[in-house]
Design a protein around this ligand. Sequence first.
Ligand SMILES: C[S@@+](CC[C@H](N)C(=O)[O-])C[C@H]1O[C@@H](n2cnc3c(N)ncnc32)[C@H](O)[C@@H]1O
Ligand SMILES: [Zn+2]
Length: 295
Amino acid sequence: MSKNEMQIDFTQLANVHFLQNLLVCPLCQARLDFYHDAIACTSCAQKFPQVQKNCIDLLPDHLVENEWNQWGERQQEMEQWYSDLIAIPLHAEWCFANDYTPYAPLLATLSGLVLDIGGGNGVVRHFLPKDVQYILLEPSLEWLATEWTLIAKRYPCMETKPFFVRGIGEYLPFPQQSFDAVLSFWSMNHAHQPEQVFHEVYRVLRAGGRFLVILEDMEPLWRDFAARTYITLGVAHWAHTFVQKLCCLGRQKWSLQNDHVRIQESEIQQWIAGNFQIVRRSWIGQYLTFELQKI
Ligand SMILES: C[S@@+](CC[C@H](N)C(=O)[O-])C[C@H]1O[C@@H](n2cnc3c(N)ncnc32)[C@H](O)[C@@H]1O
Ligand SMILES: [Zn+2]
C-alpha cells in the first residue's frame, strides 16, 4: 500500500485534509500515516484497518474487545433502542426536538472547532452556528445507516454526513489543545471509564475552552428539590425523585438504566478539580447539565 492514498469517500466534506492533519494516534498521540486501506501510527505501530468509506476508524479494537465486555453489551442495547426509534421517523424527530430544544440557546453560543463525543447521528449540528467546524467521535457505526436521512425534512443537516471519526472518549485521537469546545450529550453514562473521558477532554481543549456535559440517571442533591429549575420539571417528577432520594437514605441505590454506567456528582467534582471551573450546573429536562470551562 502506498502512503497518503486514503480512499475515504467524504464526497460531502469540504476538507478531508484538515481532518487528516488534525488526527493523531489515540493510544500514544503520535503522528499517523494514512494508507489506502489502513491508518498506522508512526510511533507505537498500531494499525487501524479502514473498512468504511464514510468515516475514519481509529477505534482501539483490541482494548474494546478484550477488556470492555459489559460495555459491548450496553452498546448493543443502546443500538437496539435507536434502531427502534428511527423505525418511526416522526417519533425520532419528536424525540430529538424534545431533547435538544432546551439546549438550543446554549449551543448557539459555541464557535470555532467543536468535538462531539458520542455524538450519534450528528443532529446537534442543527442547533450550532453555521460557521462552527464540527467533528463527531463515535464508537458505533449504526449511526451511519441511511435511515437517519429520514429525519432530514425537519433537520436538513442530516442530508450531509458529518466528519465522523470512529473512536472512544477514553482515547481521543486528537492533539492537546485542539478544540474550542467539547460536547458530551447523553454519552458520558454510556462510556466505559468516564473519569478517563474527563481527562482526555481536558487534554484536547484549549485553555478557556468549554465542555458541555449532559448526564443521565443522576441523583439530585437535597438542595435541588428547592431549586426552581428542578421544581419546574413537574410535580410528579419532583415527588417521585423525592421519595427515591428518601429511599437512598437506606441501602437503596439511585435507579440506573441498564445501558448506563453509574456516575456520582461527587466523582465529577473530583475528576474536574484543578482542571475545570463550573460555569453552570443546572437541571434541564430531567438531566443534570454541566457547563465547564478549562482552567
Ligand atoms: C444515548 S446516545 C447519545 C447520542 C447523541 N449524543 C445524541 O444526543 O443523540 C450515547 C452515545 O454514546 C456513545 N458512546 C458509548 N460509549 C462511548 C465511549 N466510550 N466514548 C464515546 N462515545 C461513546 C454511543 O455509541 C452512543 O452513540
Ligand atoms: Zn501510537
